[in-house]
Design a protein around this ligand. Sequence first.
Ligand code: CA
Length: 313
Amino acid sequence: MRKLLVLACCAFGPLFAAEPSPLIIAHRGASGYLPEHTLAAKAFAYAQGADYLEQDVVLSKDGVPIVQHDVTLDSTTDVAVRFPGRQRANGSFYALDFTLGELRQLRVVERFNPKTGKSVYPGRFPGGVGEFRINTFEEELQFIQGLNRSTGRRVGIYPEVKLAAWHRQEGHEISKAMLVLLEKYGYASKTDACFIQCFEWEELCRLRGELGWKGRLIFLTGGKSPWTDTTEGLREVAKVVDGIGPPLFAVAEGRNLTGLVARAQAAGLQVHPYTLRNDALPKGFASAREFFGFLAWEAKVDGLFSDFPDVGR
Ligand code: CA
C-alpha cells in the first residue's frame, strides 16, 4: 500500500506540490501595462511570471459570461460612440443590455473617466489607443490553458462573480453560468489551479451549498467587516471559504500591521489582499519592490493581487 502511495505521489507530484508564497495574482491581467482584461494584458502577465490570472465576470444580454470589471461599459470601451442612445436612465451603458455580437463590436481602451475623458492612471498605456476587444470567459479559459500547454507551466485562474444579487434582480444567474464553464474546462476541486472570489457572503454560501462548488473560494471584503474584525467571525468564514481578500489598508497602515493576516491564518484562512500598484504606493515605501518585500516577508500574506505582476518575480 505504501509503495502504491509513493508511486501515486511520483506520478501526480506536481498536482499536490505546494504553491509558491505569496502567490502573485495578476489583477485584471498586467493591467499596469496594457488595458485591463484584454488577452494582451493576460499574455503579458503570464509571461511576467504570474501564478494566477484574474477574470472579473459579468453577463451579456444573451447570458454569455464575459470578462469585464464593471457591469457598465462606460469607462473601458467606446460604447458611447458606437451605440449612442443605448444607455439607461442613469446615463450608463450596461453590458447586460448588449448581446455578445454587439459587445464584440466595441473597442476596449485604457480605463478612463467618462465625464472628463481622462485616463484614471495617467502614466499607463495611452488612452484610446489600440485594437483590443472584449473576450468571453470561455475564450479566456481556452487562452490560458493553451499557454499552459505550450509553455508546460500551470498558471491558474481566479474568476470573480460580479454583483450576483444584481444579476439575479435582472433575471440572470451568473454563478451557474460560470460553473458550467469551470466544469467544462476541468476546474472542480481544491487541487485545481482555481479560486472563485466574490464580495457577496450569501453568494459564497450558495456556491458552497446549493450550487455544489467543491473548489476553493475567496471572500472579498471592503475593509471593516463584522466577519473579519473578530476571531469568531473569521472562524465562521473559514467554515465556508478558503481565504479572504481584504484591501491592503486592512492588512497594514503604512508599516504597521493590523494583525488581520495572523488572525485569519490562525483561523485556517489564506489572505490575498488587493491591490499592489507601482503608481499608487502607500506612504513610507520608496518602491514597489520594497512594498512587495514588506507584504511577503513581514505581513506574510499568502497571495497578492497586483497590477504589475513582474514586481516580486
Ligand atoms: Ca476583481
